[in-house]
Design a protein. Structure first.
Lengths: 506, 384
């Protein structure tokens, strides 16, 4: 069937035949389905959620990543053997510029659908995780965890004295730095580094400092941390949990504490996190002394720990945070957020440009330009150590304009075919960074400029709105860059290459 | 003026005289000229049967029947085309920057259906001239005017109309059939017709047994035939061939040259052909003009030259010594003797009768291996 299809393409759609389009499409479909299934299979149960921080997933992803890279490399080798067999443009068949444009987009599409195999693996994992965690409510669960952790004596450090507790708050809640008004004489820009300040005393942030009395020993009253990084509900101030705990302890609301711990244990069981403790026992531990001293230990074990039977009260408590976070993050993700489009587009566009330039010019200039590009990159890297960043950007911009003008002039005047092709290839290779560099130059020139007058800052030039737009729209800038690259190839490089091909050699 | 009527008569004559292979080739030429694919299918079935049964009589009968059929259905008298001018070269010259070699200004014209032979020793500018004509080199002076039935076209499309086969045929990949089909698709013939056209050209150039083979599995001679097949599918108006005979055996050389002559005179797709070769006599046989290049300078030799003969020139290969030759032809108006590569080139007064020369040979019993009158051949220019 594929043979008949190829025969049909050969006599009707030579470009699709030459690029083995449908063979590639079939390969890509099978490849994506395979990697999608591998992704689905790699998540067996809810336990795989909290293994995600372990080496197991890292190893599994690395193996799948390596495997997909190997498959892609092998695919490209085999595909190139067929693709490079025939070149109607170099054979002077009556092809038009439109044909070359179509060839460019076909190769771009082929590159894109093949290099994204690994993405299907990740998407497969993502969908399976979504399916498994459909009935879970991570925000609600984060409240349960945060509240229950006030009564889990996993680490005595969390129940230390008040001073320690304050320092925890300080570490967590240091506000954004507000620059000091004083300065040295001279002109400064907003991108310059400032000295960091001392941590601000916790008393200055009353909303996070519960007005509770803290004993000077390990006590449930001292608990002032929330469980690790669980903070999924932005409407809730984390201090509420410690306030609740403090109130329940003071008012001897054993039922409330026990309900909290029961909910927590239910959560652990829901996520298949192994545990052994009785909520009632843990509740009683809180009231063993009138000042709620922490006298017992609850053992936190890892998935690989084989010592379960030796402990009376234990659990894989650390996993509960990661699993809830994972469920939450997974739910927020979409196909596009998993699909690292910028990376894939840049990569497939690079492959396409390299291949197309080889197809429409010759081996010699292509080799000179490709190796030369590496030399240019090294040269710029060295120069960047000696020249200020923005100066180097101008050097790049001017250099590119010279190269492109030379190429344009030579092709129009039918002179020096090898050199003109080398410059042409450099023009498109260099164009890849050109738009980004132009934006960088604009960013430099539109930022706020301040001057230090009488040890006080004075704004000389206010920041242009475009400056913050550039900083906040990196994605849009990448879209502009990729689009301009494609436009430049379609409307400038291909017509020039078309002209170049018909030029005499000597 | 070219006419399809004569080829049809030729085909019938070839078949009737038992010259089946030549008849078959000319039959294909006629069919290709008609450009009616329904006949292609009929012919391909016919050749298929012939290849299976190897029955010459049956094949001849069926071929003649097919010929009669196309004769009846085709208004032959209207199938004429004019041999119009397609290439006008004026004062063309080129000097390489890195060497002193130079093509001195040369001018000539090429019409549809004509063949120009390009001869000369190695390194005397044949390939340079072909590369100039194909646009691969930029001339220093002069003009090349291609009159290709099209308004101003862009340089790429112009070059796509100049079919040039270099001396070293570039390697190709895949099967012969795939390559030919791809070529034809790019030249506008798609779908089922594509297959029929390619099969016809393959049959025309004797490539049927090799059509599913790749580069490595066919000889260099058949590679040349493949290039010719590919070029013909491109419907050329000007074809430039650089040493196309160099990889062919003597029989194939004659066959290919004869085929080129026939094909260039096609009534439907006539083209002008310029070919360079070292096979002087073979090229002269089919060429309307021969350009002899020596150190970049051209001498022109027209077929049926009516210019006054300056000298009567004979080429003789003999075991006799120069003294014996001098003695034998001494009584004639002997102007000059050149000895070159085992043969003598002897120049006589233009008024010397040919019979006197043969009489002298007989009288002095000169043992000849070979004798040829080269008075009108560019062979006379090849003298050290």
């Amino acid at each position: 069937m594929l043979k008949s299809l190829n025969q049909y393409l050969l006599v009707n759609y030579p470009l699709l035949w030459n690029t083995r389009f449908f063979n590639v499409l079939l390969f890509a479909i099978i490849g994506h389905i395979t990697f999608f299934i591998i992704g689905q299979i790699s998540v067996h149960s809810i336990r795989d959620f909290y293994d995600s921080d372990d080496y197991t997933e890292l190893f599994e992803s690395a193996v799948v990543g390596l495997y997909s890279t190997l498959v892609i490399v092998l695919f490209f080798i085999i595909w190139l053997i067929y693709y490079l067999r025939n070149n109607p443009f170099k054979s002077f068949y009556p092809v038009t510029k439109t044909y070359l444009v179509k060839e460019f987009f076909t190769v771009l599409f082929i590159s894109l659908i093949t290099i994204t195999l690994f993405n299907s693996y990740e998407y497969g994992r993502h969908l399976k995780k979504l399916k498994i965690s459909t009935n879970f409510d991570p925000i609600k669960e984060s409240h349960i965890i945060n509240q229950a952790h006030c009564f889990l004596p996993l680490d005595k450090f969390n129940f230390e004295s008040a001073a320690h507790c304050d320092s925890i708050y300080r570490d967590i809640e240091v506000p954004d730095y507000i620059p000091n008004d004083s300065c040295f004489e001279g002109v400064y820009s907003s991108t310059m580094d400032y000295e960091t300040t001392e941590a601000t005393p916790v008393e200055e942030y009353p909303e996070i400092a519960p007005s509770i009395e803290r004993p000077d020993f390990y006590s449930y009253l001292n608990y002032c941390s929330k469980s690790h990084s669980i903070d999924l509900d932005s409407n809730i101030n984390s201090a509420i949990y410690t306030n609740n705990a403090h109130r329940w302890l003071k008012n001897k609301q054993k039922d409330s504490i026990e309900i909290s711990l029961v909910a927590y244990q239910k959560l652990l069981n829901q996520y298949q996190i192994r545990n052994q403790f009785k909520p009632k026992t843990l509740t009683n531990w809180c009231f063993e002394t009138p000042d709620h001293k922490v006298l017992n230990d609850l053992t936190s074990l890892s998935y690989y720990d084989e010592l379960f039977p030796t402990y009376q009260n234990y659990g894989e408590f650390s996993y509960v945070n990661s699993v809830v976070n994972e469920v939450y993050d997974n739910r927020k993700e979409s196909f596009l957020s998993i699909f690292n489009w910028e990376l894939y587009f840049y990569f497939s566009l690079s492959i396409t440009i390299i291949l197309i330039m080889f197809r429409i010019t010759r081996l010699k200039p292509w080799l000179i330009a490709s190796i030369g590009m590496g030399v240019w990159a090294i040269l710029f890297a060295i120069l960047s150590n000696f020249i200020k960043d923005n100066t180097l950007l101008y050097v790049y911009l001017v250099g590119w304009i010279i190269l492109f003008s030379m190429s344009f002039y030579m092709i129009k005047n039918k002179s020096k075919k090898i050199l003109s092709a080398t410059f042409l290839i450099w023009s498109i290779y260099g164009f890849f960074a050109l738009v980004l560099i132009i934006f960088k130059i604009i960013e430099y020139n539109t930022k706020e400029v301040k001057m230090c007058v009488n040890r006080l800052w004075k704004i000389i030039t206010p920041e242009h709105p475009i400056h913050s737009w550039i900083i906040n729209n990196k994605d849009t800038i990448n879209v502009i860059n990729i689009t301009s690259c494609i436009i430049f190839i379609v409307f400038v490089i291909i017509p020039l290459a078309y002209k170049w091909q018909s030029n005499p050699n000597e | 003026m070219l006419n399809i009527n004569n080829p049809m008569k030729q085909v019938a004559d070839f078949f009737n005289n038992g010259d089946i292979h030549l008849g078959n080739r000319r039959l294909i030429d006629c069919l290709l000229d008609l450009q009616n694919v329904s006949y292609y299918k009929e012919y391909l079935e016919l050749i298929e049967r012939y290849e299976t049964h190897k029955d010459d009589t049956l094949f001849t009968k069926e071929a003649l029947e097919l010929l009669e059929k196309i004769k009846l259905s085709t208004p032959l008298n209207q199938a004429e085309v004019s041999s119009s001018l397609i290439l006008d070269v004026k004062d063309l010259s080129k000097q390489y920057k890195v060497s002193a070699f130079k093509i001195s200004p040369l001018s000539f014209q090429l019409h549809k259906g004509e063949i120009i032979g390009l001869v000369g020793e190695n390194g005397n500018g044949k390939t340079t001239l072909l590369r100039l004509l194909t646009g691969d080199l930029k001339p220093d002076t002069g003009t090349i005017d291609y009159q290709l039935n099209s308004d101003k076209i862009d340089p790429y499309l112009l070059r796509s109309k100049l079919v040039y086969i270099p001396q070293r045929v570039p390697r190709w990949y895949g099967t012969l059939m795939d390559n030919l089909q791809l070529t034809l698709t790019h030249h506008g013939i798609t779908g089922h017709d594509n297959l029929l056209w390619v099969e016809m050209i393959i049959a025309r150039l004797g490539l049927r047994p090799y059509k599913n083979l790749g580069w490595n599995r066919i000889s260099s001679g058949y590679r040349t035939r493949f290039e010719l097949a590919k070029s013909l599918l491109r419907k050329p108006q000007i074809m430039l061939l650089d040493e196309p005979l160099s990889n062919l055996d003597i029989i194939s050389q004659q066959t290919i040259l004869q085929d080129l002559k026939f094909l260039s005179e096609s009534s439907a797709q006539p083209f002008g052909l310029i070919l360079s070769s070292q096979q002087l006599y073979e090229v002269e046989k089919v060429s309307n003009m021969v350009i002899f290049l020596k150190r970049g300078e051209a001498k022109y030799q027209l077929k049926n030259n009516t210019e006054e003969v300056q000298q009567l020139v004979y080429e003789i290969e003999t075991e006799a010594s120069r003294e014996e030759i001098n003695k034998a032809f001494g009584e004639l108006n002997l102007l000059e003797i050149n000895y070159n590569g085992g043969v003598y080139v002897i120049h006589f007064d233009p008024n010397t009768p040919n019979s006197d020369i043969y009489s002298c040979i007989g009288k002095h019993d000169l043992k000849l291996n070979y004798i040829r009158n080269i008075t009108h051949s560019s062979r006379r220019f090849f003298i050290n």
